[in-house]
Design a protein around this ligand. Sequence first.
Ligand code: EPS
Length: 379
Amino acid sequence: MLRYWTAGESHGKTLLALVDGFPAGLAIETDSIDADLKRRQGGYGRGGRQKIETDTVEVLTGIWQNVTLGSPIALQVINKDFKLERLKDLDRPRPGHGDLTGAIKYLGSIRGVLERASARETAVRVAAGALAKQLLVAFDIHCIGFVAELGGIAIEPQPGTISEQLQLRDESEIYSLDPSRDDEVKQLIDETGEAGDTLGGVLEVRVEGLPFGLGTHAQWDRKLDGRIAQAVMAVQAIKGVEIGLGFEAARRPGSKVHDPILYDESQKDTNTLGYSRPTNNAGGLEAGMTNGQPLVVRAAKKPISTLRKPLESINLETKEAELANYERSDVCAVSAAGIIIENVVAFEVATALVEKFGNDSIQEMLARRDLFLSMAQER
Ligand code: EPS
């Protein structure tokens, strides 16, 4: 079983991810983990914190001479803005953050909840996902996460291969797949920031090169669509997840939803085993299993809840009506969320990959993948 946990507070000493069940024998490049950490810090509309931090990963355990050992891998991203001991508590909870509910649930301070609820923790989720992506690349599986909509502006992705689209995303300050729309979106972010407000958006993740049969129909908690939905929904500020057509599938008749099945023998040796689908409304998943088509996941991110022009709140000490606390924050972290969602989806795909092909060593996994493909071709 491949899994991970994280630890750390937003302004605490450090952030940690403990990745357990990662196969032995994979050469790891920390540079590509760092590249994703840098991307996560970027995107237009970020606040002052990102000028302080320069996130890089430190591998503490589980890798020797750049190669995974099959033992737990501890990843660390140190907080430069470590000041937790000096920080005061808040008294006026911010609507939309965990402040009020957390202080009541734990019978404690707002600070004690917000520090862990903060999206700062996603730095190490990205590190764990970027590690998992290196496992996926060994199977020629590639992922991209991008901004499909920001503050109500839809940005149609330009078509292309994943590597072309990754390049396009790097050209966009919004991390969309159409950099020509950047100015319009940046203007909206600027105007919103000047008004003391914040913006949300819609992220899309695509994963290509998936073999048939990752995940299973056989038990609810092992269905890959369910696992992806949990991982994505568990990212800070995500309020909705769709796979393939998502909610739109509910509005159409079956003939306009389901993807017909075609066969072309010349493609028998590929991951698709020769089966093609003229549409991919299922988003690559049927009955909780990958169906040889690209995985398509979308997520709705709400606007950041720390508003420079705060909403009404209650002072928890006096119970008097007052405006919510304001702490330095971002106007828009939608672009960063595209990177985060890409990495959490990648981790779930890697989890399903090791469930299908084992997780002792990368060599055995690849041999088992080849054996499975040759057996499936004969099916
Ligand atoms: C966050 C508040 C801000 C964000 C933070 C998430 O941090 P700070 O209070 O230090 O300004 O910038 O995100 C990050 C620090 C990050 O690295 O993504 C929050 O309250 O959720």
